[in-house]
Structures are given as structure tokens and as C-alpha cells.
Design a protein around this ligand. Sequence first.
Ligand SMILES: [Zn+2]
Length: 446
Amino acid sequence: MPRSLDYPDMDKILSLSKRRGFIFQSSEIYGGLGSTWDYGPLGVELKRHVKEAWWKSVVVDRDDMVGLDSAILMHPRVWEASGHVENFSDPLVECRSCHRRFRSDQLSEDKCPECEGTLTEARNFNLMFRTYMGPVEETGQEVFLRPETAQGIFVNFPNVVNATRKKLPFGIGQIGKAFRNEITPGNFTFRTREFEQMEVEFFVKPGTDEEWLHSWVQSRFEWYVSFGIRRQNLRLRRHDPDELAHYAKDTYDIEYRFPWGWGELEGIADRTDFDLQRHDQFSGESLSYFDDESKERYFPYVIEPSGGVDRATLAFWLDSYDEESEQSTEEKQQGNIRVVSHLHRKLAPITVAVLPLSRNERLNPTSRSVYDLIRRNFNAQFDDAQSIGRRYRRQDEIGTPYCVTVDFDTLEDNQVTVRDRDTMNQVRLPISKLTEVLHDKLEHGW
Ligand SMILES: [Zn+2]
């Protein structure tokens, strides 16, 4: 689909997100809470579809994958073993005059960028959120909100091996919330303190890890393309050796060209056997693996494709936005610019909109019964307010791939018109064939 825009204006996206119910500022009536966001009625559907597409692609469709949903709260020793207590920090400085805090590695001078005041020495600021288990803060046990979903997978490795009898290579996928007390969050939903991850830990025999790393890099990159992100707005970036996390041997980032610059959507890391070794050591339980074929016992190496749900959702949303001026159909008379979101048909919040030609009473029973038929099969919306042209535009703007129109001919011939969002082509179909045809289009496109 050729597009008019390389990427959209962020202010337009922010206003559209709020106006149509994709994303709202959290606690807005109280003035908001820094860098936290809520997904509205359409945003929650879009985000849910992103997660479903990921889950199907990396868990359901693969024989070498299983799923997991582990708790956010974990034993505090987990974070000692993982290295988060020791290493998961940013260097923080504070201004002696205005008391604002900054990451020292992001400052170009050694004075406050806000008021030019002098700064304190840098100290390490741990990014994990702390809280207490039990009713009394003083005597309660200090626990952390997990900063990544990965550790829930590692500590369950023996449970999953025993329960499923899976043999290497195999992986465990998980989607869930994680929390990082970032010093400088920002850029809408790109960097937030509360976020959702979709992660795989893929366990392999040491020595085969490099091959598996490349295979995952490839398939994860193509996943974003297959759900509609334009190839020219994606790139792969390998980490420099000095940039690698303490547990990683090699890492590739899949980056998206956001309006403010390139940013990470997903990192694919070779975590070696670091985590399993450490949990084996810290827990005293065995996390090694017995290989039936080679009759050896060893710690598997781990390939970790770790993506951000919120970032992916934002990238799909941004990349699909377009403003079309010269459309060569009769619809162009409705206005000279068509705002349209070309969201992939499986990600769009609403799949099918049912639009009666008018609010005429004679149309109503048939329109309602068509809507009932559609909503049993698809995410659907019924809209009979304002002119049909306006309603097409409202659906285009939120990315609804198919609109079904019921008109007066329908009452005679039991046929409806199906309109395609991208081409604006219309075809007439018998109601009896409607769900079958729409299912087929949803699976294969037009
Ligand atoms: Zn200052």
C-alpha cells in the first residue's frame, strides 16, 4: 500500500489517541501521573490484538514453545541471583539548588541543565520498585515489583521440563507487566515506569546458541513486517561489546524509526547459561538439564527475544497512520484529506463496522440482524449517526478494515455492500455468504 506520509506528526497522534479512545493520560482528572498511560476502549483492543498475534506466532504455532504466566511478586533472592540488586541501576546526580535529579550519563556538562546549579556526586540508583509484603511496613518483608518477566521463566525451568517432558531446544513464552523506576521516562508510551513485556526464553544446547540467536533475530524482525510495519522504518542494530548487559554474550535490537528517532522495539540476547547457573547456585536446587541423547548434564544456553507490548502497539499505530489527498473515487468529494489508519486487519481494534445507509425505520430490523450476525464472529461496531461518508471516515481513522452497508436494496435482494478501507472498493454480497467471505478476507487479505 503506497503511503503519503513517512511518519506522522506526534501532536496529531496524541490528539487522535485521546479523541477516539486509544490512549488517555493516567489519573488525568488529578493532573496525571508522570509517564503513565491508560488504554481506552479502542486502544485496549489494539493492544490485545498485538499480544494475541505475538502469542499465536511464538507460542501456539510452534512445536518447540510453551507458555507461562508467572507472578509479578517473587522471592527477593531472585533479584540477588539475577544481578538486579547489584547491577540494575543508573548513575544519578541531584542539583543542589533546585533538587531535580538527572542521569549523569545523559548530561553533557557538570551543572544543572534547568538552573545551572551545582550537582552532587553521582550515586547508583536502583531502578526496581520496592514494596512490602504483610500488613506492617516495619516488620514486613521487602519485595520488588519485577523489572522483567524473564526471571519468572528461569525459576520455573525445572517445573516446565518435568511437567511437559520437553527436550532441548525448546522455549517458554510469557506476556506480563514489569516495572522500572526510570529516572527519565518519556516519549508517550515508549518509555514508561509500568509496562508490558512479551518475552521468550529459548533453551538450547551450548554451542548451538549463535545459530539460534540468528534464527530468532530473523523471525522476530519479519514478524513486525508481516503485521504491517514498513521495512524502511525498521532496522537491526547489534550491541557494541561495551554496551552488552552483564548477562549477555551478544545482543541485537530491532529498532523502529519513531518520529523522535530510532528506538528499540525488541532486543534479542544470547544470555548464555548465566541465569540458570546463578539460580542453581543461589537456590541450592538443580537447574541443569540432562540430555538423553548425549547422556550429559549441562546448563542450557538461553536465547531471549524480549519485546515491549506498549512499544510495539505504538509502532503499529504510528506506522499505519496516513493522510491521503488525491483519491480517485467518488468518495473524495466528501473532503479533500482522508485520515486513514492502515493497521493490519488482524490488529485493528474493530474488524467490521455495520453501517445502515440511514436511520430509516424500514432498514433497522435488517441492519440489526446483520450486526448480530457479524458481532458473533468479529470485533464489530454499529454506527448509524450522521452521513454514510462521515461514518466511513470515522472507521478509516481508527483502521477498521471492512465496512458493511445495509441499504434499501438489501430489503429486496438480501445483499449488502462490503467496503475495503485501503482501496475503498465495494462489492455486493448475499448476507448468507457474508461471514464466510469476511473470515476468508481476514485470513488472506483482499
Ligand atoms: Zn537545578
